[in-house]
Every structure is written in structure tokens, then in C-alpha cells.
Design a protein around this ligand. Structure first.
Ligand code: COA
Length: 464
């Protein structure tokens, strides 16, 4: 990382104190200590609780000021009435960052207490929260959350304004084999906000993309300026809740956010070069494609399928999203024709017919991937009675290896149990794979959007 910022302490601290560490399993102050201990974090871990001698075999301190070692991060999990005192103690100790887990601040209408806590902390102590479940950062193996203990390492930093959603996604991203490079539950954003984190993750070498679940913004200008700089280095995908009037109302009572007029957000995201996803499925589909593929170098996409119907659906979706399946050159058509059944099609979509086996998929993918006039491939497979989807999956993985990730390739496996097995294997091997043709096209759309953005930057344009 090139330059240190004052939020680095939240991700790679030398020492972490847990204020409100508890001996009682199930209590938040206990679970946080357990997660930090089990995550493999190698810095100092200092439970603080005047009523305990040890927590999980770690020496417990009466007050943070009793810790002799350097503490640059504190996780505060005491009731709201004790937070002020805990923050004062952190300032005295010279702590640089505090994650305030405690609820009961602006989200329930107590803005005054929240502002007081922030003003006590300024200027030396930065605060994440209050009302957060914490921070996970794979780079330093720090799991300072009360979420799941096991989180799979991946390439996306996830910033979430919803705690519950973030907690659920911690588990889900592990289950689905995506993983994350970081998760930050940003809570009420009393101090550290999305902009600070976007700036940090844009410089973080272990992060390839940034995903934000947002309900509202306090300082739009700061966020959009930080994002305009960040998208030059890595893509940002946002799920902005509160599209509808009722949704906006719900966001306001959830985190006290003013959701703002949705159309204004849409325009501002576009101008800043942020990709706005409709919801979680689309956001993760895009992120997966962006993480596992290079952006295409041009606009020429080819669809390879064993099912005419899937090919048609994919073509329809391409048209809707402004993707143009390429006109194949005559020599490429001839090369494909020479190895495919006569009743197949060498137009785009290339239809290999229901008899297509793994060997044919492999050969055709090699042919299209090595062409300089093809920029990306959408490979579709429809389960048939006689072909094993897992072999076709392996053929796709091998073709991608031979191509050495020069060109983007996304896939869809449509079918029953065996297709799901194939799909899971590809996910494990970090191949952007989807259960429908439409979602595979959406994934290619995200890659194409990134290509257009990078071209725009190359041509000297600003974000958008
Ligand atoms: N310094 C350090 N620890 C102290 C303390 C002090 N000055 N005073 C008390 N403690 C200890 C308590 O003794 C207790 O430890 P124990 O279990 O060993 O007795 C521990 O701090 C916690 O205090 P307790 O009164 O038991 O509170 P709690 O654990 O029931 O609740 C919160 C504390 C922070 C979890 C709760 O107030 C809260 O905000 N919960 C919601 C959190 C949440 O949902 N956040 C948003 C997620 S998205």
C-alpha cells in the first residue's frame, strides 16, 4: 500500500483492545474476542472488563489504560451509557481507531449522544459506527466482528450499512465460495464513512473490487469524489436501497439515512463511474465476473452453446443490454464447421448441438479464444442425457488455462443435479459461472461496462 491513511488502524492494527469483553459465551463481547483469537490475527489482543480476570485464557485489563503495549484499535461493546467513558479512555491511551458496536444512538433518534462521542474522539481517534457488527480484514486475518468465525478469503471489499445483511452475507459468501477481502459494517457512519473506506480499499492490494450496500449518504460530494478516483483503479458496484418511496421510508427508520431522490443517485453513480446493481443477485454476479476476468479489449463477443434455445435467450439478453454478438469471420466459421455436426450453426451463437461433448467444447473454445477479432466468450451448456456436465466444465476450465486469462469467459450450466455439481466445481476454481444464460450475459455486460470505462479513461476522460 503506497500511502498510509488514518483508517489503516482498523485493518492492520498492532494491538486490539475489546472494551466490554465478556467471559459469557454468546454475549457480543465474548464472541468478538473469540473471533479475533481464532482468526489467526498476530497482533496483540487485550480484553478489557473491570469485572473479569481473564477472557478466553487471555489476561483481562480493568481499563484500557492498564495495557502496557501499544493499542491502536479498540472494539467497544459496552452499553450506550458507558460508551462516552470508553471513548475518553481510548483518547487518553492514544488509540487511533474505535469500532463502536453499541446500538442506541442516532438510529433511535439520539443524535446528541452520537455527536458528543464523535467530538470527544476528534481529532486523533477515528470511529467506525456506532451500531456496527465490526470489521473483517483478510489481509491481517483480523475478524473483529461478532459474525461467523470462519470467513473465506476473496477479492472483494464489502462495505455495508445494514448490519444484519452484512452478517448474513459473511456466511453466504463463504458458502458460495466467493469470499471477501474485507467486510466493514459501517453502522451509523458518525465519523468514518463510505468515502474513507473507498479510498482505503482502492489502495489495498488484496482488494480487486469494492461492493457497497448503501441506504443513504451524509456527504455525497466526498463520496462521489473518492469514487471517481477509485474507479480508475478498480470497479465499484453499489446496491442502493430505497428505490421506491416506501423503501426510502424504511431506510430512514432503519439507519436514520435520508435516502434522497433515487433518480439523483442514479445519475450521480453513473457520473462517478459506479455500477449500480438492481439487487444482491446482480451485484454478486457482476462482482464475480469482474474479479475472475480481465475486462475485454474490444466489443466482439461470441456465444457458444449446445442448445439453440439457450443461444436465443442469450442473444435476446445481449440485445437488451447493448452487447453485440460479433459477426464471425469466414475462416473462423470454416474452422468451426470442420469439427461440428452439419446440423449445428456456425453463426453467432455458435450452436454445437445437443451431441457436443467436452472435447468439442474444448476445441471450439480454443478456436475462438485465440482469435484477435474475438474479445470475450459466453459459454453455455444445457444438460443432456448423454453428456456429463462435469467433463464439459473441466473442458472450459482447461480452455481458460490455455488462454492464460487473456480474454474474459463466463459460463452458464443449466440443468439438474449434475449441472449443479459442475457449477460448484467451476465456482471453486474461480470461474465466473451462472445457473442461467441471462445471468451469464449480465456478467459479460458488467465486463463490457468496465471495458468501456477503461477505454474512456485511456482517451483522457474523467469518470463516467
Ligand atoms: N469497561 C469494560 N467492560 C465493562 C465496563 C467497563 N467500564 N462496564 C461493564 N463492563 C462489562 C460488563 O461487566 C459485561 O461483561 P460480563 O458479561 O463479563 O459481565 C460487558 O462489559 C458487557 O456489558 P453488559 O452490561 O453485559 O452489556 P451487554 O453485553 O448485554 O450489551 C452491547 C452490550 C454493546 C452488546 C449492547 O448494549 C448493544 O448495543 N447491543 C446491540 C449491538 C448491535 O446489535 N449492534 C449493531 C449490529 S449491526
Amino acid at each position: 500500500m503506497s500511502k498510509k491513511s488514518d483508517v489503516d488502524c482498523f485493518f492492520s492494527p498492532k494491538g486490539v483492545a475489546i472494551v466490554g469483553a465478556s467471559q459469557t459465551p454468546g454475549k457480543i463481547g465474548h464472541e468478538i474476542v473469540r473471533n479475533i483469537k481464532l482468526s489467526g490475527f498476530t497482533g496483540g489482543v487485550f480484553p478489557v472488563n473491570p469485572n473479569a480476570e481473564t477472557v478466553l485464557d487471555l489476561k483481562c485489563y480493568r481499563n484500557i489504560s492498564d495495557v502496557q503495549a501499544e493499542v491502536d484499535l479498540a472494539v467497544i461493546a459496552v452499553p450506550a451509557g458507558l460508551v462516552e467513558g470508553a471513548v475518553r479512555d481510548c483518547v487518553k491511551k492514544g488509540v487511533k481507531g474505535a469500532i463502536i458496536i453499541t446500538s442506541g444512538f442516532s438510529e433511535v433518534g439520539d443524535k446528541g449522544l452520537e455527536e458528543k462521542v464523535v467530538s470527544l474522539a476528534r481529532p486523533g481517534l477515528r470511529i467506525i459506527g456506532p451500531n456496527t457488527f465490526g470489521v473483517f480484514y483478510a489481509g491481517s486475518r483480523l475478524n473483529a466482528t461478532f459474525g461467523p468465525g470462519k470467513v473465506l478469503r476473496g477479492k472483494t471489499a464489502f462495505i455495508t450499512q445494514s448490519g444484519a445483511l452484512g452478517l448474513a452475507l459473511m456466511d453466504w459468501t463463504t458458502e458460495e465460495k466467493y469470499g471477501v477481502s474485507a467486510i466493514v459494517s459501517i453502522g451509523n457512519k458518525a465519523d468514518v464513512d463510505d468515502a474513507d473506506l473507498v479510498e482505503f480499499f482502492s489502495r489495498d492490494p488484496s482488494t480487486s473490487s469494492i461492493l457497497i450496500y448503501m441506504e443513504g449518504l451524509r456527504d455525497g460530494r466526498k463520496f462521489f469524489e473518492a469514487s471517481r478516483r477509485a474507479v480508475r483503479k478498480k470497479p465499484i458496484v453499489v446496491i442502493k436501497a430505497g428505490r421506491s418511496a416506501r423503501g426510502a421510508q424504511a431506510a430512514s427508520s432503519h439507519t436514520g439515512s435520508i435516502a434522497g431522490q433515487d433518480a439523483i443517485f442514479t445519475a450521480a453513480f453513473e457520473q462517478a463511474g459506479i455500477m449500480r446493481a438492481e439487487g444482491m443477485t446482480q451485484a454478486f454476479d457482476w462482482i464475480q465476473a469482474l474479479n475472475e476476468n480481465p475486462a475485454p479489449k474490444g466489443e466482439n463477443i461470441v456465444i457458444v452453446t449446445n442448445g439453440g434455445g439457450l443461444g436465443v435467450l442469450a442473444t435476446d439478453r445481449c440485445e437488451l443490454l447493448g452487447l453485440k454478438p460479433a459477426e464471425l469471420s469466414n475462416d473462423l466459421k470454416q474452422e468451426i464447421q470442420a469439427i461440428t455436426p452439419s446440423f449445428g450453426s456456425v453463426k453467432n451463437p455458435v450452436d454445437l448441438t445437443a451431441n457436443a461433448d467436452d472435447a468439442l467444447y474444448g476445441k471450439v473454445l480454443d478456436l475462438v479464444l485465440r482469435r484477435s477479432d474475438i474479445d470475450g466468450v459466453i459459454a453455455l451448456f444445457c444438460q443432456t442425457a448423454n453428456i456429463d456436465p462435469t467433463l464439459v466444465a473441466q473442458a472450459m476450465l482447461d480452455a481458460r488455462t490455455r488462454d492464460a486469462l487473456e480474454k474474459p469467459i463466463v459460463a452458464a450450466f443449466v440443468g439438474g443435479h449434475l449441472s449443479q455439481v459442475a457449477y460448484s466445481r467451476m465456482l471453486e476454481k474461480k470461474f465466473a459461472v451462472y445457473p442461467t444464460a441471462e445471468r451469464a450475459v449480465d456478467a459479460m455486460y458488467a465486463l463490457m461496462a468496465r471495458h468501456r470505462q477503461l477505454e474512456h479513461f485511456k482517451a483522457g476522460g474523467g469518470a463516467a
